[in-house]
Each structure stands twice: as structure tokens, then as C-alpha cells.
Design a protein around this ligand. Structure first.
Ligand SMILES: Nc1nc2c(ncn2[C@@H]2O[C@H](COP(=O)(O)OP(=O)(O)O)[C@@H](O)[C@H]2O)c(=O)[nH]1
Ligand SMILES: [Mg+2]
Length: 312
């Protein structure tokens, strides 16, 4: 299968705020700018045997072996039922199982994987990248890393991209268009210039990230934008154009639970009294879905617990 070339998307709209392009950054320039700043790349992965190997191998080859830009390359595996862990390790990642990191805070879920990867890593700067990207190229990492290494006042960088049309003529991004953007417009207009508020390619400074909670499950991406902008001001968030991105497209029945997690988080952040740890959506067609909601505490608040590795 061939994918469109990774050239810059054609957006008529130039958003407010600081916007970069991955084409501005190359490994050598970033290495020169890096100084003593250490960098972690963390990849959350659950059953991603089809794509995780080439993603890790590309980062390892181009950004660790050829140019020593990335100090730590982690895959946060969640008891995958396929060969994700072995393939990631073979390709050169340090593979950590979520079951081995702060297990008393629960296992499973994207938010949990990101939070645990922050805890289990040491970089001053951490870049996250999804493991299901089918047209992966190291621009996804370089684009997020560049602004953080070159601009001290940027605390968090969010990737955006164009989604090529699929066979149905749809560009994907159903949860973004039908849930995230409407919630942002109604409840968090300060984020209304975010081009891809749910993108999985983003990064930030540990000193900030350890001070905010991480929402469980699929609400984590939008929750970080809401919480970091609230706590440190929207101006610490920049965006970077990563070209085009192709990932696994999930069927509608799997998107409902994602949408529910995001809705519950957004309403809770907006003041709705949402205390239940789970919510169940009745679904006559697809089967009922129970979604775990709520937050993991800021890592900085864990004190002693935060630094202790769980007993094996
Ligand atoms: N470790 C771990 N990773 C997860 C979990 N859920 C999702 N991910 C990873 O998070 C990334 C984004 O998930 P995906 O399902 O593609 O989300 P979408 O792109 O928003 O539909 C992928 O790399 C997944 O493998 C989980 O429960 N545990
Ligand atoms: Mg995906």
C-alpha cells in the first residue's frame, strides 16, 4: 500500500499561537542545541505487532545510533496478546510492562500507559508517539522535539497532521470532529486553535508534566491540554506540523467508549460532579460498554511512593 508523500498539509487556516513545521528540524541541528538536556521517547503500545517494530527501529537507527539525540527509548506495553513486546525489544527499545509500574494505580488504558512511562523514564523532555502509525518517519519525533530544545519558553508541543482520505472519502478523525471539537467550543474555547487536539504525537518538559494529573484511558490527550493550559497558561503550548499521518482506523463501535471517556473528563474539568470510577453506556446494537474514568494523580504528588519501584 502506498501513502501520500509526507509533505506539508494544505491548511488555509493559520492558527493563533506558535506553530512550527517539522521541516525546520534535523537531527544534527537538534543535537547541537540539546546541550545537557536528556530526552526520552515513549511509545504506548497494546497489541501493535504490525507496526511497533519498524517505528522503534527507525528511531533507534536514525536518532540513537546515527545521531545520539534520544537518550532513552521506551515502549510501554500492556500485556499485549501479540508479539508487541518481543518485536519492540528486538528493534532496540527498552520494553516496560504497565503491570510492573505502580500497579496499585491500576493497569490498562492509554492514560495509564503515558503516566507510567513518565514515571519509569528520566528524560528532562519526553516525547510520546503512538505505536499504530503506518507511515512512520522520524519527523514525528523530530518535529515534536525541535521546539522544546530550541525554545525554552515552550513547555508542551502538540503535533498536528493531515489525515489522508480513506476508501470512503473520509479523512477519519471522527472522535475529534464529533466530540473533541464540540467540547472545546462549548467548554474550553481557549483551546480552539488546536488543530489535532487528540493527536498521539506530542511532548513536554518533565517539570511541568509531573505537576498535572493524567486522565485515564483515551481522555488523556485532551486532558493534558486542558490541565497544562489552565495551570501554566495557553502560551506554553505550541503546535507542530508533522505532515500526513495514517494509523489504524477503528470501527464505530470502538469509538463510542473513547468518546465517552473524553466527554466524562471534559465535563468533570468543567465542574460537573463526576465521581464514579466507571460509567456504562447501554448499546443495543454494539453491546454495553463500561469505561473506566477519573484521574491518576500528578507524579509530583506521589512523594515517596513516586520514587519507589514496585516489588517484583
Ligand atoms: N500500553 C497501552 N497502550 C495503549 C492502550 N490503549 C491504547 N494504547 C496505545 O495508544 C496509542 C493510541 O491508541 P489508539 O487505539 O490507536 O487510539 P486512537 O488513535 O485515538 O484510536 C496506540 O499506540 C495504542 O497501542 C493501553 O491500554 N495500554
Ligand atoms: Mg490510532
Amino acid at each position: 500500500m502506498s501513502f501520500p508523500s509526507p509533505q506539508r498539509p494544505t491548511f488555509d487556516h493559520r492558527p493563533r499561537g506558535r506553530v512550527f513545521d517539522h521541516l525546520e528540524f534535523d537531527p544534527e541541528t537538534l543535537l547541537a542545541a540539546k546541550g545537557s538536556t536528556s530526552v526520552t521517547v515513549a511509545i504506548p503500545a497494546k497489541d501493535e505487532a504490525a507496526t511497533v517494530g519498524p517505528i522503534v527501529a527507525a528511531i533507534r537507527d536514525r536518532l540513537v545510533d546515527r545521531v545520539p539525540l534520544i537518550d532513552e527509548l521506551l515502549v510501554m506495553d500492556d500485556l499485549s496478546n501479540d508479539a508487541t513486546a518481543a518485536l519492540a525489544a528486538d528493534a532496540g527499545a527498552k520494553v516496560i510492562s504497565t503491570a510492573d509500574v505502580l500497579p496499585w494505580h491500576g493497569a490498562g488504558g492509554k492514560g495509564e500507559a503515558l503516566w507510567k512511562s513518565l514515571h519509569a523514564s528520566s528524560g528532562d523532555v519526553i516525547i510520546w508517539c503512538d505505536a499504530d502509525i503506518r507511515n512512520f518517519d522520524t519527523r514525528f519525533v523530530l518535529g515534536c522535539l525541535g521546539p522544546l530544545l530550541l525554545h525554552r519558553d515552550i513547555g508542551f508541543i502538540k503535533g498536528f497532521y493531515r489525515r489522508p482520505l480513506n476508501e470512503d472519502g473520509e479523512g477519519g478523525g471522527r472522535v475529534t470532529e464529533l466530540v473533541a471539537r464540540p467540547l472545546i467550543a462549548t467548554l474550553f474555547p481557549r483551546l480552539d486553535e488546536m488543530i489535532q487536539p487528540l493527536s498521539g504525537e506530542f511532548g513536554g518538559r518533565r517539570e511541568l508534566l509531573e505537576q498535572v494529573p493524567f486522565s485515564r484511558g483515551y481522555a488523556v490527550d485532551l486532558a493534558l491540554l486542558i490541565d497544562l493550559s489552565e495551570r501554566f497558561g495557553p502560551e506554553i503550548i505550541a503546535q507542530v506540523d508533522l505532515g500526513s499521518r495514517v494509523h489504524r482506523n477503528r470501527p464505530l463501535r470502538q469509538l463510542g467508549p473513547q468518546a465517552a471517556a473524553i466527554t466524562a473528563m471534559a465535563l468533570q474539568r468543567a465542574g460537573f460532579d463526576q465521581r464514579a470510577a466507571t460509567l456504562t453506556m447501554k448499546r443495543p446494537e454494539f453491546g454495553d460498554a463500561t469505561i473506566t474514568v477519573g484521574d491518576l494523580p500528578p507524579l509530583a504528588s506521589l512523594a515517596g511512593e513516586g520514587r519507589r519501584r514496585p516489588a517484583r
